[in-house]
Design a protein around this ligand. Structure first.
Ligand code: COA
Length: 223
């Protein structure tokens, strides 16, 4: 199982302070500062910084890694989003990391297993309308949503799985195209997905958990 940490933004701040850590912007590596610089919107800067704090706290807890010794990148040279790549004193840490935030929570996951990838996504079902993602769903997904007693919840689950599947499966080249991801549920209720025409069912695990009013989807793939 990947390491997983989920907390509210307030909990994150108080844990950061409990460790006696200083202003994160003073700890950022030059590469991280360069990623932060073009982000202008206050909300975006806050969530970006929160992701760097949570990954640092995760590594401090699990490996006692000094938060000042690491650098986290989630953009490639062309500015495209990539899964978090973390280096410590210039060496890339093994495994796969994933980050997600909602308006209330921030979550981080890390698997160290060679060949395993992880993707997580937080969503607030109360903010979603049942037909909001129709444009991104194929007929089987729309049918799945409409057949449920709570279509709003079902649409949220499918969308969160699309994002989490993308984060776990993408090759850091292709962008996120929800129409190329089909989320499916078998007769036993187990979820899985088809990603760019490849049925990933046998390669992974799709799980959901409630976090207060949010929902966290997690996908782990072992291919
Ligand atoms: C990666 C993507 C799929 C997720 O975005 P999101 O839901 O907006 O935001 P999340 O908080 O869940 O995830 C963002 C994190 O994903 C990570 N990420 C970015 N690109 C990634 C990639 N190619 N693979 C894996 N993870 C990636 C980053 O760590 C990023 O956080 P950071 O920029 O603060 O470091 C994004 O590319 C996207 O296009 N999202 C569409 C958003 C949308 O339409 N939402 C509708 C309303 S819910």
């Amino acid at each position: 199982m990947p390491y997983l940490r989920i907390m509210t933004f307030n909990q994150l701040e108080s844990e950061w302070q409990q460790h006696g850590l200083t202003d994160l912007e003073e700890l950022l590596s030059p590469a991280e500062s360069a990623e932060l610089a073009p982000l202008r919107a206050e909300h975006r800067r806050t969530t970006w910084l929160a992701g760097r704090k949570l990954l640092r706290l995760l590594l401090l807890k699990e490996r006692n890694i000094d938060p000042a010794a690491i650098s986290i990148q989630t953009r490639n040279a062309s500015g495209q989003g990539i899964r978090p790549q973390i280096s410590q004193d210039g060496n890339i840490l093994p495994g796969c990391f994933s980050l997600s935030h909602s308006d209330h929570h921030i979550a981080a996951a890390w698997t160290e297993n060679t060949g395993e990838t992880v993707g997580i996504d937080l969503i607030t079902p109360g903010n979603i309308t049942p037909r909001q993602f129709d444009w991104a769903m194929n007929d089987s997904e729309k049918q799945l949503v409409q057949s449920q007693t709570n279509p709003q919840k079902a649409a949220s689950e499918i969308w969160a799985f699309k994002e989490a599947t993308y984060k776990a499966a993408n090759q850091n080249i292709e962008g996120f195209n929800p129409q190329q991801i089909t989320v499916q549920q078998d007769e036993t209720g187990s979820w899985s997905a088809i990603y760019c025409d490849e049925d990933l069912r046998q390669w992974g695990e799709w799980t959901l958990q409630n976090v207060d009013d949010d929902l966290l989807a997690m996908v782990t793939l072992n291919r």
